[in-house]
Design a protein around this ligand. Structure first.
Ligand SMILES: *[C@@H]1O[C@H](CO)[C@@H](O)[C@H](O)[C@H]1NC(C)=O
Ligand SMILES: *[C@@H]1O[C@H](CO)[C@@H](O)[C@H](O)[C@H]1NC(C)=O
Ligand SMILES: *[C@@H]1O[C@H](CO)[C@@H](O)[C@H](O)[C@H]1NC(C)=O
Ligand SMILES: *[C@@H]1O[C@H](CO)[C@@H](O)[C@H](O)[C@H]1NC(C)=O
Ligand SMILES: *[C@@H]1O[C@H](CO)[C@@H](O)[C@H](O)[C@H]1NC(C)=O
Length: 416
């Protein structure tokens, strides 16, 4: 099967296309058991969540990150002080629910200090991924197309506000250019996912590199039944060092990300999602670089900020120093996008096109970047881009004297 990704980041059109077929794979029982043993670490305590998830409280020193050969001698880092400074915590955010009870599993128990809550991976999770030719925990291998200016994956459809620091592309030195942090308030919804293998996100990306060749760290919410087994809206993180080709993964499904929080579970379902014309909920996602080159991830709401952990400096090359591009938006991954008909009915955002406005369309607002000036600011130069503007669209609502709001999304079909 060929998987397409529509990202909101098209600033060009396709010319010739290169088809890199995803390799079909299957697993024997022995391979499944071996993989599960590798993925799931011994638990100090186990919590059965009402939504069916099993959360293992795993010693912070035994988490999956330390299986990575490059992290064998890694020392767990302390939360950088700037993350606790008022600059980051006293801002006004759009959402008021209590972040301490933010995920469904938290109603069923908590993990002791010194452990990290990890969503247990089950045999069925592996089988589902294999049945749609996905490698477990990875975004499907992109089908890149060759165009005049840049290379895009043909297997995703997305919309994004892009803040790009051209001087920061291909950063090799520590002299500093580009972005060292970014954040945004992401409105949460529960869009429909139609086809096996499809997924949808609202998220932030920080990238370094371009074209076929970039490193990316990402976080936001997703509906991804292939990965998680149901259609719930979940908090996720992602990383790749090689443009989604072979490194990285969602959450803690591979070794890399170092979790420090005993409160938040990556990949666990969110309690609150927004409803049409109803109360609007969401969370702030923040990703900031520390002095040693570790990228820290936190989620926040009205008055609380929880640091989840960090992507260690060892994982990356150019991202060690800064990101050259920050993007906010949504992404639909499907085998039925672009020129393939019928177009998937998987929704982006709330499922509404962007013109619905507050309470109807999904938004991300309070977009901020930080560069070496150390100031948090609205990005000076932004581009908005959509790969399938008739299926999923966007509206960057910029009014004088008001915080801009970026709306995006759509129902999927009826656009080809
Ligand atoms: C866990 O650590 C937090 C923060 O240091 C502290 O407030 C809390 O009391 C600790 N809980 C237990 C059960 O030790
Ligand atoms: C992309 O297009 C160029 C020019 O048409 C071609 O030379 C190159 O081989 C193509 N790249 C791939 C990976 O096919
Ligand atoms: C891009 O980076 C340069 C060098 O750090 C900086 O002076 C400039 O303000 C940045 N541009 C944007 C749009 O952030
Ligand atoms: C697109 O991909 C081809 C094949 O890898 C590469 O040769 C070319 O430099 C890329 N173009 C851009 C603009 O990144
Ligand atoms: C997810 O939603 C789709 C479309 O509404 C439905 O067909 C499918 O059965 C759901 N999947 C699960 C695992 O509930």
């Amino acid at each position: 099967m060929k998987y397409n990704i529509v990202i909101l980041l098209l600033w060009s059109f396709f010319a010739a296309s290169v088809k890199l077929e995803a390799q079909a794979w299957s697993l024997s029982e022995v391979e499944i058991q071996a993989k599960l043993k590798l993925l799931n670490k011994p638990a100090v305590k186990t919590i059965k969540s009402k939504d069916g998830d099993i959360i293992d409280c795993v010693s912070i020193y035994k988490q999956p990150a330390f299986d990575h050969p490059i992290l064998k001698n890694h020392k767990i880092q302390k939360i950088p002080t700037f993350f606790q400074e008022s600059q980051y915590s006293s801002e006004k955010h759009a959402f008021k629910e209590n972040i301490e009870v933010f995920q469904t599993w938290q109603k069923s128990g908590n993990c002791p200090n010194g452990t990290v809550p990890i969503r247990r991976i089950l045999k069925n999770d592996l089988l589902r991924a294999a049945s749609v030719d996905h490698h477990f925990g990875l975004k499907p291998p992109p089908l890149f197309v060759n165009s005049t200016n840049t290379n895009f994956s043909e297997s995703s459809s997305s919309f994004a506000v892009i803040s790009e620091n051209h001087s920061g592309v291909h950063i090799q030195s520590t002299s500093g250019s580009g972005y060292i942090g970014a954040q945004g308030d992401i409105n949460t919804w529960n869009p429909k996912v139609q086809l096996a293998g499809d997924s949808t996100t609202a998220q932030m990306w920080l990238k370094s590199g371009n074209g076929f060749d970039f490193e990316s760290i990402e976080a936001g919410w997703t509906v991804n039944p292939t990965l998680y087994g149901n259609n719930d809206t979940r908090l996720f993180s992602y990383w790749t060092k090689d443009s989604y080709k072979s490194t990285g993964c969602y959450d803690l499904t591979c070794s890399g990300f170092v979790q420090t929080s005993n409160v938040i579970t990556l990949g666990a379902a969110l309690i609150h999602v927004s409803t049409d014309s109803g109360p609007q909920t969401g969370f702030t996602v923040k990703i900031f670089l520390d002095e040693l080159g570790h990228w820290w991830l936190s989620v926040a709401n009205y008055n609380t900020s929880i640091v989840i952990g960090y992507w260690p400096v060892e994982l990356f090359a150019s991202l060690q120093h800064s990101a050259s591009v920050v993007q906010w938006g949504g992404q639909v991954i499907s085998s039925q996008l672009k020129h393939r008909t019928p177009h998937t009915k998987t929704e982006m955002g709330s499922g509404h096109l962007a013109d619905g406005g507050y309470g109807h369309s999904c938004f991300i607002n309070s977009l901020r970047v930080k560069d070496y000036s150390q100031m948090l600011k609205y990005p000076e130069s932004t581009t908005v881009a959509a790969q399938e503007p008739n299926c999923y669209n966007f509206f960057n609502d910029v009014k004088d004297g008001q915080e801009p709001a970026f709306y995006f999304g759509g129902p999927g079909p009826s656009c080809v």
